[in-house]
Design a binder for this molecule. Structure first.
Ligand code: KG4
Ligand code: ZN
Length: 336
């Protein structure tokens, strides 16, 4: 069979990325231009700044990804692009680039859901067997997804307010850590003790949904009260206590989901899947299923994961026209 090459573009948030995938599994290149330094001083992503950066570097990223793969546009089979969820202005830059490139080179266009990308990055870690369950934890999303077959994703549980990564970044801000704070909180947590009491919301109900806004508020209140009284709190212990509360909830809900949907494979993916504490708890507590977590380089936003998800979409014959639009709130359907 002829080799198949998919070029993928990802610009949904603050990383401009272009990748080339050969035959479903071999990433020949995965160029990532991060803008995180530009957003740090604002303590979060500024949408206008993000769009402008994407425009500045997208062409170079495209050329670099092709050059690194040792290919020319004429060698490609298809172009894939993230069309949601994400920041509308940021998504539009990737979409415009993908459409122009596909049109100029007479290539089919494959629309990819960013969260499907996070999930399918686990393919780099091993063969996926279906049906499978996935815990997706990122800066904008926290959801349990049931995947019946490649390309068929259904939500069985999701956060009703903040995403896990968002909670990490917000409490990080209160502790004056730089954005994004997840990694630093994870590091500090390993040096501290779980001695401040934080709530674990919704762990005793039947739903597979999450809520993290109460935990975030409890954390902020504790810090403000201590500040008013002139007490000092241990940053390490705060991080350890916060992280234990988050991980307890994630583990309990994941175990519940595994009971409700018996599967052989659990995927844990998204930016927060880089968390060492989460990886340790999964290894210690999830015994009866294979746990696949993407390698660290594919946990954060990147186009490699979009190409991996696009391979499944390509097989299913999913194609988009040049009228493909950005879908900032794109989401998987709830399982009927
Ligand atoms: O998936 P991602 O790169 O972007 C989105 O699609 O949102 O996730 C970014 C999020 C940020 O909130 C960041 O703080 C968090 O992932 N993160 C972590 C860790 N590394 C990144 N959270 C906890 N522990 C980590 N080690
Ligand atoms: Zn992401």
């Amino acid at each position: 069979m002829k080799d198949r090459y998919i070029l993928a573009i990802e610009t949904s948030c603050d990383e401009t990325s272009v990748a080339v995938l050969k035959n479903e599994e071999e990433l020949l290149s995965n160029v990532i231009a991060s803008q995180v330094e530009s957003h740090k001083r604002f303590g979060g992503v500024v949408p206008e700044v993000a769009s402008r950066h994407h425009v500045e570097v997208i062409t170079d990223c495209l050329q670099d990804a092709l050059a690194e793969a040792g290919l020319q546009a004429s060698d490609l089979t298809a172009v894939a692009v993230t069309y949601g969820p994400g920041l509308v202005g940021a998504l539009l830059v990737g979409l415009a680039a993908a459409k122009a490139f596909a049109w100029a080179n007479k290539l089919p266009l494959i629309p990819v859901n960013h969260m499907a990308g996070h999930l399918m990055a686990a393919r780099e870690q091993g063969e996926l067997t279906y049906p499978l369950l996935a815990l997706l934890v990122s800066g904008g999303h926290t959801e349990l997804v049931y995947v019946t077959e490649p390309g068929e994703y259904y939500i069985v549980g999701e956060t009703r307010d903040d995403a896990v990564g968002e909670a990490y970044d917000k409490v990080g801000r209160v502790m004056a850590l730089s954005y994004p704070a997840g990694r630093e909180i994870d590091r500090l947590a390993h040096q501290g003790k779980d001695r401040y009491e934080f709530p674990r919301a919704m762990i005793n109900d039947d739903s597979l949904d999450f809520s993290f806004s109460g935990l975030k508020s409890a954390f902020i209140n504790l810090c403000h009260k201590a500040e008013q009284k002139g007490d000092s709190l241990s940053k390490e212990d705060l991080c350890a206590s916060f992280q234990e509360a988050v991980l307890d909830v994630l583990l309990i809900k994941t175990q519940k989901a595994l009971q409700a949907y018996p599967v052989k494979t659990l995927v844990v993916a998204g930016g927060v899947a880089a968390n060492q504490g989460l990886r340790e708890r999964l290894a210690a507590e999830i015994k009866d299923v294979d746990v696949l977590i993407p390698p660290l380089r594919l946990c954060g936003d990147n186009a490699g994961m979009i190409a991996l998800a696009a391979a499944a979409e390509y097989e299913k014959g999913h194609r988009a026209g040049l009228d493909l639009n950005a879908r900032p709130s794109l989401s998987f359907a709830r399982l009927p």
